[in-house]
Design a protein around this ligand. Structure first.
Ligand SMILES: Cc1cc2nc3c(=O)[nH]c(=O)nc-3n(C[C@H](O)[C@H](O)[C@H](O)COP(=O)(O)OP(=O)(O)OC[C@H]3O[C@@H](n4cnc5c(N)ncnc54)[C@H](O)[C@@H]3O)c2cc1C
Length: 592
């Protein structure tokens, strides 16, 4: 496997040339104070060094060794505790955290690129700080001032970690039926009892304390999602002076043996009357969780992108070196027994598909991150509201499309290695195995598609979608004629999506099954169209500069490949959407 190198050139291109992000930062006072293009560049460069130098080398050994459980204690693979300490001491856990509590206060668009690097280096490792940052976000937005002061500084500093405890054996997608109980105590705290499963980083040896965010129900809570509350439940109790006290009444019953991310501890957590503290209001726990989920879901999409990038870096190196057969048009490497496989059309198809989907995904995730920053920091209410609605619309697309594309890209990366792609020592098979979970956790991709179509498209009567469609139409209308080769197919793709959206909105009125029947393919049409917008923006930023630097020539070539070979996928997907739900219900359950 090639050594990981952070794609800093492309990251800077996206930030500075495609989105001119410093202009956005200058308009948002809270960000103008902490970041400019130079600071961002220095941060990304440093993140590139730490992820490539300290974390990537543990990826394969972590996969081989995995985590182990012994009588409630969980050991992470060799090197993980030391690497975590290095990462935490660099301030990376709190990169997007509030400066009031010791975080670095960086915009999400920078945090997103740091996340890409750490996850490319080692997804299992990246999950520990990611869960901590997600827990911090819920605490920051919903907990009392006292709880924030008590927990956030040590969490941002990476001295304590966080976990998210939602799932139970009988309740994954449908959290409304969880059974974990929270009994109010006279002192205002709660006693939490129940079993949570699949808890990432529920127990480990990286930090002295783990702060669990737990969903539970009060005894008199209404049934369903409206009866769920959120609690901070520390592994080790925290005294008033901030020192650590006794162990809380909770423990890790076992860890799972998994297909991938083997160095990430996936824990069964038992809460036996553990002391917890309410975050936000009673019965509003899911709302508090959603704050975190928009960030986490984008983060999971970025995990997919990260794996695709790592796979591409190895695949391109291999395709240049591996010699096999002659080019169809005649020998290229005449001094060798055969040509490098990069000459073959099918290998080029796979490499370019990987490159186009990775770079499209990097631009798209940065675009969504910029909307998150605008929603959070804009002082203009209408601007913040529009950005917030775009975030709501695009988050399920970012989570599901980036990870679905990541499975395609990592499989291509494996395929380019031929039989060696199937052999562990080359590393490509690990990326495929690690990738699969990104389509499942944090809400399966099927559920993301339902969220897009049901809540965001139908639920807003198409108004959230209109923000994006209008923005693309303004871009197309104002673009120079020399961009026609990109803007014309983009305009046609948006028109197709407009029609498809109207079609689904109409059909959903008559038959509730239509939404679920259309949703996955619809999300893919949406994703390819959104990437077409990204590729047109990237082409605009590169056009005219191709003589200066190969980077721009490569960008334009990849843009042309995207429009010629990948965007047309929307036609077959749209036809599937329009086939409706009828054919899904021709068999009764016994006929399967
Ligand atoms: C490695 C790993 C790490 C995880 N980390 C965490 C964590 O840190 N914290 C945490 O709380 N959880 C975590 N999870 C749990 C994860 O989020 C859930 O597994 C996931 O949300 C799916 O829930 P489920 O497994 O119960 O599947 P189910 O909900 O039983 O779903 C089964 C299938 O049915 C489909 N389905 C369900 N309902 C519908 C519907 N209404 N319409 C259409 N299709 C539907 C699903 O899409 C899926 O394909 C983790 C899981 C794993 C494997």
């Amino acid at each position: 496997m090639a050594d990981y190198k952070a794609p800093l050139r492309d990251m800077r291109f996206v930030l500075n040339e495609v989105f001119e992000v410093s202009k956005l930062w200058a308009e948002l006072p809270a960000l103008a104070e902490v970041v400019d293009a130079d600071t961002a560049s220095a941060i990304l460069e440093e993140a590139g060094k730490v992820t490539a130098g300290s974390i990537a080398p543990l990826n394969r050994s972590g996969d081989e060794e995995g985590c182990s459980w012994d009588n409630g204690a969980v050991k992470t693979p060799a090197g993980f505790p030391e690497a975590y300490q290095t990462y935490a001491e660099g301030g990376w856990v709190g990169v997007g955290g509030s400066p009031e509590f010791g975080g670095m206060g960086m915009p999400k668009v920078i945090g997103a690129q740091v996340e890409e690097m750490v996850n490319s280096a080692n997804l299992s490792f990246g999950l520990y700080p990611m869960l901590t940052a997600g827990a911090c976000l819920s605490i920051l937005n919903h907990a009392s001032e006292e709880l924030k002061a008590q927990y956030l500084p040590n969490m941002y500093a990476g001295v304590w970690a966080g976990s998210m405890c939602l799932t139970e054996p009988h309740a994954g997608t449908d959290l409304g039926i969880i059974r974990t109980k929270a009994e109010p105590q006279a002192d205002g705290s709660y006693k939490i009892s129940g079993t949570k499963i699949f808890i990432t980083g529920g127990e480990h040896d990286l930090t002295e304390n783990i702060i669990h965010l737990v969903l539970a129900k009060l005894p008199d809570a209404p049934a369903g999602p409206k009866g769920i509350s959120l609690f901070i439940v520390p592994k080790v109790m925290v005294n008033a002076d901030g020192s650590l006290g006794e162990n809380n009444a909770l423990g890790c019953g076992s860890i799972e043996h998994k297909m991938g991310i083997k160095a990430s501890a996936t824990c069964v957590m038992n809460f036996d009357g553990a002391i917890g503290y309410l975050v936000g209001e009673v019965n509003k726990g899911l709302n508090a969780m959603f704050t975190m989920m928009n960030y986490e879901r984008l983060g999971v999409g970025i995990q997919g992108l990260a794996l695709g990038e790592r796979s591409y870096q190895s695949a391109i190196e291999y395709a240049r070196e591996r010699i096999q057969s002659r080019a169809p048009t005649g020998p290229v490497a005449k001094d060798k027994a055969a040509d490098p496989i990069i000459v073959h059309p099918d290998v080029r198809r796979m490499l370019l598909t990987m490159k186009a989907l990775n770079e499209g995904g990097r631009a798209f995730s940065s675009y969504v991150a910029m909307q998150l920053d605008t929603a959070k920091y804009s002082e203009d209410k209408a601007t913040a509201k529009r950005a917030d609605e775009l975030v709501a619309l695009l988050t399920p697309v970012a989570k599901a499309f980036l990870t679905d594309m990541a499975l395609e890209t990592t499989v291509h990366g494996q395929q380019i290695f031929g039989g060696h792609g199937f052999i562990r020592e080359w590393g490509q098979e690990q990326l495929v195995r690690d990738c699969r979970i990104t389509q499942i956790y944090e809400g399966t991709n099927g559920i993301q598609s339902l969220d897009l179509m049901g809540r965001k498209i139908v639920g807003s009567g198409g108004s959230f979608y209109k923000h994006l469609a209008d923005e693309i139409k303004v871009f197309v209308a104002s673009a120079d004629a020399n961009l026609d080769e990109f803007t014309k197919p983009l305009a046609a793709a948006v028109q197709n999506l407009d029609e498809l959206t109207a079609w689904v909105l109409d059909r959903a009125k008559g038959n509730p099954n239509e939404i679920g029947a259309a949703s996955v393919e619809y999300l893919h049409v949406f994703g390819y169209t959104a990437y077409a917008y990204m590729w047109a923006l990237m082409a605009r930023a590169a056009l005219g500069k191709e003589g200066q630097d190969e980077f721009y020539a490569s960008k334009l070539g990849t843009a042309r490949f995207y429009f010629a070979r990948l965007l047309p996928r929307i036609h077959s997907l749209s036809a599937s959407v329009k086939a409706g739900s009828e054919s899904l219900y021709l068999l009764d359950a016994a006929q399967f």
